[in-house]
Design a protein around this ligand. Sequence first.
Ligand code: M6R
Length: 357
Amino acid sequence: EKGTYPHYMLKEIDEQPLVTRRIIEKYRNENGGLTVDENIVNAVNAADRIYIIAAGTSYHAGLIGKQFIENWAKIPVEVHIASEFSYNMPLLSEKPLFIFISQSGETADSRSVLVQIKELGHKALTITNVPGSTLSREADYTLLLHAGPEIAVASTKAYTAQLAVLSILAAVAAYGKGLSLEFDLTKELGIVANAMEVLCDQKEEMEAIAKEYFSTTRNAFFIGRSVDYYVGLEGALKLKEISYIQAEGFAGGELKHGTIALIENGTPIIALATQEHVNLSIRGNVKEVVSRGANPCIISMKGLEEEDDRFVLPSIHEQLSPLAAVVPLQLISYYAALHRDCDVDKPRNLAKSVTVE
Ligand code: M6R
């Protein structure tokens, strides 16, 4: 039920702080630490390489999940678009573990990979929002997102739930190997939930940004470096699927290798600047596009902000920044679609779960 909300999408964006807190509770043990089913942790730590398979927004979550697993649990990870995997099956390692990320658990492209790798005798873990879904039933293990039903076609709370669950899985796998994180993940996820709440209270500001940048534009670009690049991919997908604005996400460093040719006077560029180690470089990219006439909207994080930034996120742990940085992008897309009279919850040509290959 969407209650007093005009759209499911807005309701689901607003549920993100609650979902994040629920995930912390669901994956907390009696000592206050984080826990994941022992069989799953063992399967992760027995793998010499992890293959993440997903589509759309779930694929974007996988790209960030790779960072968590590689940085913390020190296991190599490859992330694959489900529909491409069969044609371009990589040479598999000796002890692979497959992780399927799927909100619905019904995506046909992912299922066909699951069938294929099961035939090869490999193990699979499904991370899904829907208990009893096909991908959950057919995999060896399941981790649930606990996000509650996601009705809007545009995925929002499932994405941040996927990131939260992937971070917990990566951390618990690291602990299982005797590795420790440099920070307390439970505490930092709590800070993320608070930041999401602050962001959800800033809807007027997001609406103003949507009006200013996206009222009439035909196209838009999202740039970022490191994990901000991946968040930009997700921001672009959100914008294009519900507002029909042609949007693309790019790695800041790739601009000069072609994309910069597309910049015209007034082209909106959303630049994400939440990562200290690439801050100078991404700001350099902004200067490059501004000198070609782009209309920049810099979204940075407290501590890294500069005078011209259009929006500053509350400070959260740098490695978890995607969980908060995506929230303004979701809201901006929502308002852009609304102002362009688009059907926010049911965009044209799309289905909530894609059950054909
Ligand atoms: O249910 P899944 O997570 O497997 O769905 C994958 C994609 O179809 C889905 O994320 C799609 O890209 C969304 N509409 C994005 O908002």
